[in-house]
Design a protein around this ligand. Structure first.
Ligand code: UTP
Length: 466
């Protein structure tokens, strides 16, 4: 029978966590091995510290330290920026990073969110839309664009199977890298003890999109990209199908400023818009979570009545590879954020209970906490209509209905620019479902170069390359 190493037992006692091995004798050897592996991966001292700090509200800097961030306009004179970005893509210096490790709990879909069909006519999945943009970039710039997909224990196998079943959506499979983010255990809210969700199994969940950074470094991906000549990494999240993947103009702004990090922003719809707030804190580019921003500060307006902190984050960034290498050398210094959640777990008698109220603390790192470490950065404005409609909820705002409508509206705008007459409703929205495959046209300019302006649209229309 597999025994518990004495040092581990002692450590568990020291940190008040020996309950996790209470049923050790009743476990099969396989379960014991699993539990040992889980326990060996946990930093008990860190868990103790996180529990002790659970009530410490995230320290928002004092208001006089917070200032609006200078923002560049994407639609200004972009010729030089576009050239710089396009040249970097053509030299093969840009990789694309998609984070898809979240559990998508609000959407309530039983699979990784990327598998959700959002194409208003084609019902294509988010994964397919993103992958086809990477493929279109690859074809346009005649150079491989490494596609990194971050998964988690919750999404890894299904995501890989989905890509394989769809033949990597046309991408060479050796240009798609899946890597898995780390996990964090949850703690009982009352006692600070580790929670089990099955005999011999600790409850764990993904460690937040900030886990991207450690996972990229730990898996040697940064080194590999560097040896392939990659210099910039375009980062985005799985839930937003509108994103302009590796937008050359955005890349160009980043390159021109020799920035370590660049972020796109959209204007917030109001003071309580649930977007991260981009601001300067002590002169450094920072994102303050909407839930952390004091109401009075969120509502402040300038002399024109405009929100003082108006820049919201759609979570679209470019990181220079050197910056990511620098911040992941040694211990990564970004904090864990604490959330109170309902976590099903075993009670003292070993029975699985579904809590009715928050019973647990979960811990996540946020990728944007790395922004203030950048010495040089740029912030570039884009519009929601063109670039941001995330899939978060099953109904209402940010739901399949709004996402499909946003894809149709963007297609309508591109078609109108190309001279095609598009049926619209009273609000200016597309009156019929419309969709343009990234493989047909990656942007409005490309569409204008190939679509027949006499195209008649009188029902659902999908433009794609056969
Ligand atoms: P959200 O914070 O919106 O979480 O993630 P979610 O999993 O999509 O949905 P909820 O909150 O459970 O309803 C924003 C992006 O960050 C990724 C998600 O996959 C999504 O692309 N993410 C989030 C990770 O990759 N890992 C995480 O641990 C958390």
């Amino acid at each position: 029978m597999l025994a518990i190493p004495a040092a581990l037992r002692q450590r568990l006692q020291q940190f008040g966590q020996e309950h996790v091995i209470d049923g050790w004798d009743r476990l099969a050897d396989e379960q014991r091995q699993g539990l040992l592996a889980q326990l060996n991966a946990i930093d008990l001292e860190q868990m103790q510290r996180l529990y002790a700090q659970r009530d410490k509200v995230f320290a928002v800097p004092s208001p006089e330290k917070i200032a609006p961030v200078p923002v560049l306009q994407l639609n200004a004179d972009v010729t030089e920026e576009k050239r710089l970005g396009t040249e970097a893509l053509a030299r093969g210096e840009v990789a694309v990073l998609l984070v898809a490790g979240g559990q998508g709990s609000r959407l309530g879909f039983d699979h990784p969110k990327g598998m959700y069909g959002v194409g208003p006519v084609s019902n294509k999945s988010l994964f397919q839309i993103h992958a086809e943009k990477v493929l279109a970039l690859r074809r346009r710039h005649k150079h491989p664009v490494p596609f990194l997909v971050m998964t988690s224990d919750a999404t890894d196998q299904e995501t890989k199977d989905f890509f394989a079943a769809h033949r990597w959506f046309g991408l060479p499979d050796d240009e798609v890298t899946f890597f898995r983010q780390g996990t964090m255990p949850a703690l009982d809210l009352q006692s600070g003890r580790l929670l089990l969700d099955a005999p011999g199994k600790l409850f764990t969940s993904p460690n937040g999109h900030g886990g991207t950074l450690t996972a990229l470094a730990d898996d040697g991906i940064l080194d590999r990209l560097s040896s392939q000549g990659i210099k910039e990494i375009f980062y985005f999240q799985v839930d937003n199908p509108l994103v302009k993947v590796a937008d050359p103009v955005f890349l160009g702004h980043h390159l021109k400023a020799h920035a370590e990090v660049s972020s796109k922003i959209v204007a917030k719809l109001g003071p309580t818009d649930k977007l991260g707030n981009l601001a300067l804190v002590d002169g450094r580019c920072t994102i303050i979570e909407y839930s952390d921003l004091p109401e009075a500060l969120a509502k402040q307006t300038d002399e024109h009545g405009k929100l003082r902190l108006w820049a919201g984050s759609p979570a679209i960034h470019v990181f220079s590879l050197e910056f990511l290498r620098r911040v992941t050398q040694g211990a990564l210094r970004i904090p864990f954020h604490v959330a109170r959640k309902k976590v099903p777990c075993l009670d003292a008698t070993g029975k699985l209970v579904q809590p009715q109220v928050e019973n647990a603390l979960k811990f996540e790192m946020f990728i944007f906490d790395v922004l203030p470490m950048a010495e040089r950065w740029t912030v570039v404005e884009t519009s929601r209509r063109e670039e941001f409609e995330p899939l978060k909820n099953a109904t209402g705002a940010d739901s399949p209905a709004t996402v499909k409508a946003a894809i149709s509206n963007l297609a309508a705008d591109w078609l109108a620019k190309a001279g095609v007459t598009v049926p619209r409703d009273a609000n200016g929205s597309a009156a019929v479902p419309l969709e343009i495959s990234p493989l047909y046209a990656l942007d409005a300019e490309e569409l204008a170069g190939k679509v027949d302006c006499n195209l008649k649209i009188d029902g659902p229309t999908y433009l794609f390359k056969p």
